[in-house]
Every structure is written in structure tokens, then in C-alpha cells.
Design a protein around this ligand. Structure first.
Ligand code: UD1
Length: 428
């Protein structure tokens, strides 16, 4: 077990380079299974979710070769198995993408139910509805999701809720189905566009990604490609909030500013100075943040994956802020941790009311999920004294070299080993 120990209260200053997008990478890697030839994927983030997926691809029979630290060549021609076991799927929501990818490749998939962060109920009913519309039989047998089809045929799927996962999974299953598939009320996140661009670069025929109506005309074969993943919108947003929270001045490089509009708008509202360049953004703050209200929504609304980082920032804002979580049922567990740092918060269902205090007090807290963990690091960075953040395996799932990147900005943050029993006593 490891934890981060942070000696906070220092403004972040300097330049940080953003890595490839986790949520694009975890969709594109299973999508390689649809190719008839090897694919080279560049700008892969070095995070544990990517590592887990590469191991799963290898277990399925793909030949996986690291070309350099962020480039991998995957040859799926040796894949014979369509079984993704509980051990392979554990801890990762994106393992569900093997359902669509294997169904598309071999019309047969047996995949353990996906894991991932605990935000309350995380169903896959819309994914299943999509597979069934394409002609697959889907059942749960012995705790495994099984999907089979003699042949997949295009069809029209209306998503009752905007779902990133269902949109991606249906695209994966439809890309080699016979005829036209239409996904209505599709999610519009940047990583959906990235997946579509990746598949199109292999010869797929996907139109409308980035709008709520995606049209996929099935093709028989997909060829190999070399593809570079987009920068991570949420990692960029996390460093932007950290710069503001520590009253720092940070240039964030390798970003697509268009993907960050809703985040920039809120940072400006709390009083930050944000300057946009072609592929970078400078974020500067000199005062205490003002309070603001936030409602999370599917893209292009304010992203739920930035809600915890803003919750931390608003805990020291001047005034009362109200957050409304519009995507997940239960995404406020980090606020219990923040309360132990003397934040003044109240949660009522999907609403959190945050009364800003002048400053937080350092404490030993625990990363309850991936983004919560990043948010609690920000809490440590902006608070004078020593804060420790435990359970950092969640953070390692999605942030490449986070301690190193913050250290390069002048933060005092160290990764420290903790004997298992000590960490358990602290958590109890
Ligand atoms: C993805 C992201 C996650 C982000 C979320 C929302 C990845 C790997 N994860 O998760 O970081 O927080 O989008 O932006 O990209 N729903 C159903 N039935 C379904 C599927 C979803 O009711 O079959 C509901 C969910 O309970 C939730 C909402 O739809 O309330 C959105 O979920 P979805 O967009 O599917 O999230 P994920 O793809 O799991």
C-alpha cells in the first residue's frame, strides 16, 4: 500500500504537460480487436487502467509490444478467446467495452460484469438494449454477461439516458454489422469523437460522432492504423483547478482548449485569469475564490468527473456554493473526507451545499475513488501543514506520474509506502 504525503500551502508555478486521455485510451484499446491487422497507438497514458487493458488483450491472445513509453503496437490476429474473466475485469468500468469489441469481432463475448469507481448503481442495461437491437442474444449466466449472434444487423437505438459507455459499446458492436446503425441521444464526449476517428482511420464508416445522432454503416474489414490519442480533458482540468486552489500560475500544455470550455467558464466565474493559446492554457489566481454554483451534465455541460476537484476549491471560496450532481446518484463520498479537513458541507441527495471557510486543516484522508483522490490531493496542496492521502491505487488508475508532475510545479508531495495494517487501522 502507498499514500501521498503533502506539505501544502505553496503556490504551484511552472509548466505541466498533459498526457493522453484515459477515457479515450480505454475505449480505443479494446477497439483494436476489431482490426484485421496490427495497430499502433500513440500518446497512451502510463496509468494502471491502460496496463490492465494491455494485459487483458495479451491474455485474449493479442501480441502486445511496447514501442516506447507511450506507444504500443497491438496485433490482434492471434486472438482466439472471447472470455474476459472476473480477474481481468476487476476494478475497471471499461472492461465492459470488451463486450462490444468481441461481439463485433467474433459475434461472441463472455465478460465479467464491469468494476470501476463506486458512484452508486452503474447499470449496463442501455448497452444490452443496443446489442439486442443489432440482433444479439444477451444473458447473465453464472455471474457473467454473455452476448452471442449468428450475424449482427444494423438498427436504430434510442438511448433513454445519455450514456458514454453505451454509445461506445454500440459503436464497437455496429462497426462491422451489416447495414446502417443509428444511435440517437448519443453521448457527445471528446473521447467518443476520438474513438470514431480511430475506427474511421481503420476504414470504418462512422458519421456524426460529437453530435447526438451517430450513424454507422457497417464494413466487412478494418485495416491496421497508427493513431495518436487526444489529450486528457479531465487531467488538464485537474491541474487547472490545482493552480487556482493554490493561488498559482501554471501553463498547461498539450490540451485542446475547446474541450475545456465549461471548466474554463467556472474558473473565470470564481475569479481566475485564464488565457487560451492554440494547444495550451495559462491559469493564474491571486485572490480567494468566489463561490459559484455547478450542475454536472453530459458533454458539452460541466463534466461530473470535475465535480470533486471543484468541490474542494469551493470549500475555501468566499460564500456558499451549491453543486447539483446530474449524472451519478452518489458522487459525494469525498466530502466526508473533506469534512475531516474542517470543510463545511451538507449533502442532500444529489445536491451538496458548501459553505466556504478561510482555510482547511491538514488531515489524513483517503481517496474514495479516482477523481475524489485527485481532488483530495488538491485539498492537501492548498492547505498549510501535512495532509496524507491514502488508497492511492484509485488515483494511479487515471493520472500519469501525478506526484512527479505536481513536484515539478513546486509542490511538496511524496509517495510513501505504508504497511497494510497501518493503512487499515487509519481507515477503520
Ligand atoms: C463514463 C466515464 C466516467 C464518467 C461518465 C459520465 C469512462 C471509462 N468512464 O462512465 O468517468 O463519469 O462517463 O461522464 O469513460 N446509465 C444507465 N444505463 C446504462 C448506462 C448508464 O442508466 O446502461 C446511467 C448511469 O447510471 C449514469 C448515466 O447513465 O447515471 C451516465 O453513465 P455513463 O455515461 O454510461 O457512464 P460510464 O460510461 O460508465
Amino acid at each position: 500500500m502507498e499514500k501521498f504525503v503533502i506539505n501544502g500551502g505553496k503556490p504551484l508555478k511552472g509548466t505541466v504537460k498533459i498526457s493522453g486521455a484515459k477515457n479515450a485510451a480505454v475505449a480505443i484499446l479494446p477497439a483494436v480487436l476489431l482490426s484485421d491487422e496490427p495497430c499502433t497507438i500513440e500518446n497512451l497514458p502510463q496509468i494502471s487502467d491502460v496496463q490492465t487493458l494491455l494485459e487483458s488483450l495479451s491474455t485474449l491472445g493479442a501480441d502486445v509490444k511496447l514501442i516506447n513509453k507511450d506507444t504500443v503496437r497491438i496485433d490482434p490476429r492471434g486472438v482466439r478467446s472471447c472470455l474476459v474473466t472476473k480477474e481481468m475485469a476487476e476494478g475497471m468500468r471499461a472492461s465492459s467495452y470488451f463486450l462490444g469489441a468481441l461481439l463485433g469481432r467474433c459475434k461472441n463475448a463472455v465478460v465479467a460484469p464491469p468494476g470501476g469507481c463506486d458512484f452508486g448503481v452503474r447499470p449496463i442495461d442501455l448497452h444490452i438494449k443496443g446489442f439486442e437491437t443489432l440482433g444479439a442474444d444477451v444473458s447473465i449466466e453464472n455471474g457473467m454477461v454473455e452476448a452471442h449472434a449468428e450475424e449482427l444487423f444494423g438498427g436504430s437505438v434510442y438511448l433513454d439516458m445519455v450514456s458514454v459507455g453505451a454509445t461506445i459499446n454500440i459503436m464497437l458492436a455496429a462497426v462491422k454489422a451489416k447495414g446502417l446503425t443509428v444511435i440517437e441521444n448519443a453521448a457527445r464526449e471528446p473521447h467518443i469523437v476520438d474513438l470514431a476517428n480511430f475506427l474511421n482511420s481503420m476504414g470504418a464508416n462512422i458519421m456524426g460522432a460529437g453530435t447526438s445522432n451517430i450513424r454507422i454503416r457497417g464494413v466487412e474489414h478494418l485495416k491496421g492504423t497508427t493513431y495518436s490519442i487526444i489529450p486528457d480533458q479531465i487531467e488538464a482540468g485537474t491541474y487547472m483547478v490545482a493552480a487556482v486552489a493554490t493561488k498559482g500560475d501554471v501553463l498547461i500544455e498539450n490540451v485542446i482548449p475547446k474541450h475545456l470550455e465549461s471548466i474554463i467558464a467556472k474558473l473565470v466565474e470564481v475569479g481566475a485569469s485564464v488565457t487560451e493559446y492554440d494547444e495550451s492554457i495559462r491559469v493564474k489566481m491571486t485572490t480567494r475564490p468566489k463561490c459559484c454554483n455547478i450542475k454536472t451534465m453530459p458533454h458539452p455541460g460541466f463534466p461530473t468527473d470535475m465535480q470533486p476537484q471543484f468541490g474542494v476549491l469551493l470549500s475555501v471560496a468566499d460564500g456558499t456554493s451549491v453543486i447539483n450532481e446530474g449524472v451519478w446518484d452518489n458522487r459525494y463520498r469525498y466530502l466526508d473526507q473533506l469534512s475531516s479537513m474542517r470543510a463545511q458541507v451538507r449533502v442532500d441527495g444529489k445536491t451538496a451545499i458548501i459553505n466556504g471557510v478561510e482555510e482547511l486543516s491538514p488531515a489524513a484522508v483517503s481517496a474514495v475513488d479516482l477523481r475524489a483522490g485527485a481532488a483530495l490531493i488538491i485539498a492537501g496542496l492548498m492547505t498549510k501543514g501535512e495532509t496524507s492521502v491514502g488508497q492511492i491505487q484509485y488515483i494511479d488508475r487515471g493520472y500519469e506520474f501525478i506526484a512527479e508532475k505536481f513536484s515539478a510545479l513546486g509542490a511538496d508531495i511524496k509517495r510513501v509506502s505504508v504497511p497494510d495494517e497501518v493503512q487499515n487501522i487509519k481507515l477503520a
